[in-house]
Design a protein around this ligand. Structure first.
Ligand code: MN
Ligand code: MN
Length: 299
């Protein structure tokens, strides 16, 4: 092996140096974490994920047998408004809007609302594969209307997502009955973490594909990945950890089962490096984004 060792390559995601927003997929960081309800720190997620990602590029993707960096750009971090949730969400939407295929490194989950507003303007209501320990359909988060636990409440109410083509995977936190009932009444499918453990990856892949439809029949699909879908043993570096979650291998295998869906964007959220150990959370996040790119970037 020749060339620069991975620890010394450029600081962009997967070491990419391309910065133009016209690439087939565009990475942007969103260093925003003031809508969290428990531990803050996801503002440092983008840089931690980028750093961990650099280890992944000294060869081709292991199942795709190809390099994923050629069609990728990293435009750096979005501007946010310090201390102002509403103004930040507006800024995020404005910066996301012109980008055809955006892959976002968060940041807390509240950023997904303006990202979905931008996607819906292009594609209409999108289908969503949502990995999380939490349903994130609370009408508000302790009075904050746009808290990180309310993102899909607003996304559904605003018609940004098609709830009948939305599936949540890894769910296991305590939740009020009325919140859960409302979510199911909208048509959202919910797969608990325990169901993943008991039914196995292959069955859950079938269930996700049944909800989202195929590339031909299903329309646009968006992946929203809250790293707390993973068990704290695999992702301690996050704000609201819940035990009983997915192993990294389960999440990786589930994503690898989703080839052929018409993905139009992704966010990776809630990586809070100060609670991480040995960078395992950042590495998990970086690798799962890498798996998404293997699905979404044309060969
Ligand atoms: Mn969560
Ligand atoms: Mn979440």
């Amino acid at each position: 092996m020749t060339g620069t060792p991975t620890f010394a390559i450029a600081g962009g995601f997967l070491g990419v140096t391309r910065r133009d927003p016209d690439a087939a997929a565009v990475i942007a960081g969103v260093p925003f974490d003031i809508a969290t309800t428990n531990r803050p720190g996801a503002r440092f997620g983008p840089e931690a994920i980028r750093r961990a990602s650099r280890m992944l590029v000294d060869g081709d993707h292991p199942t795709q047998r190809r390099d994923l960096t050629g069609k990728l750009a990293d435009i750096g971090d979005f501007e946010i408004a310090l201390g102002d949730v509403a103004a930040s969400l507006e800024l995020i939407e404005r910066q996301a809007a012109p980008i055809r295929h955006l892959v976002t490194l968060g940041g807390d989950h509240a950023i997904a609302l303006p990202l979905l507003r931008a996607r819906a303007r292009r594609h209409g209501p999108v289908g969503v594969v949502h990995f999380d320990a939490h349903v994130d359909t609370w009408p508000d988060s302790f009075g904050q209307p746009y808290g990180h636990g309310s993102v899909f409440y607003h996304a559904i109410r605003e018609g940004l997502v098609d709830p009948r083509r939305m599936i949540q995977v890894g769910i296991r936190s305590p939740v009020q009955k009325e919140v859960l009932d409302w979510t199911l009444q909208q048509g959202v499918s919910i797969v608990s973490a325990q169901e993943v453990h008991e039914q196995g990856v292959a069955r859950i892949v079938e269930r996700i594909r049944a909800v989202l439809g195929s590339e031909k029949t299903g329309g646009a699909a968006y992946l929203s990945f809250d790293i707390d879908a993973l068990d704290p043993a695999f992702a301690p570096g996050t704000g609201t950890p819940e035990i009983g979650g997915l192993a990294t291998w389960q999440a990786q295998a589930l994503l690898r089962g989703l080839g052929g869906l018409n993905f139009v964007g992704m966010d990776m959220v809630e990586v809070a490096p100060v609670y991480d150990h040995a960078e395992i959370t950042a590495l998990a996040a970086a690798t799962l984004v890498y798996e998404y790119l293997a699905l979404a970037l044309p060969a």
